[in-house]
Design a protein around this ligand. Structure first.
Ligand code: HEC
Length: 122
């Protein structure tokens, strides 16, 4: 009899988890149905938050290239396999960001969609 409250505690935990997920994780990445991905709005923030710590201008920590401008990022997608690097699992050879963690899949998908949309700048 005294364990009757356990289902309520589990329910409480599940309910509070789903609230956090929707507000904190889903909201920033919802796109308008016809919205194209562009560098200034979508891609540059990903680079600033995850990459330019090393891929700065000039690059530091052994990074070979800068990812601080539109041209530099387009060039890296076309010529140095940027999408392949960010798609690798954490710990896999050549995975970026180096040392992990892997970017969330929705951010990787944004970079892929940006290439598909033709590298819009704005
Ligand atoms: C902690 C430092 C660091 C961070 C953060 C980092 N990189 Fe790197 N990156 C490196 C180093 C060091 C290399 C060279 C070693 C290698 O190629 O694996 C490299 C190489 C690369 C290369 C290959 C470049 C070439 O010319 O061969 C790409 C593409 C790349 N990084 C993309 C990214 C992206 C995109 C991010 C962010 C999602 C990122 N990196 C975050 C340090 C970093």
């Amino acid at each position: 009899m005294k364990n009757n409250y356990i289902p309520f505690i589990i329910l409480l935990i599940l309910t509070s988890c789903s609230n956090v997920t929707e507000e904190d994780l889903l909201e920033p990445i919802i796109l308008e149905p016809e919205e194209s991905i562009n560098y200034t709005q979508h891609i540059q923030p990903i680079m600033v938050n995850n990459c330019t710590f090393c891929h700065n201008d000039p690059p530091v920590n052994g990074a070979p290239n800068s990812l601080t401008t539109y041209n530099a990022v387009v060039n890296s997608v076309n010529n140095s396999n940027l999408i392949g690097r960010i798609s690798r699992e954490t710990g896999e050879s050549g995975a970026m960001p180096i040392g992990g963690p892997k970017l969330p899949q929705d951010l990787i998908d944004l970079v892929i969609q940006w290439q598909v949309d033709g590298f819009l700048e704005n």
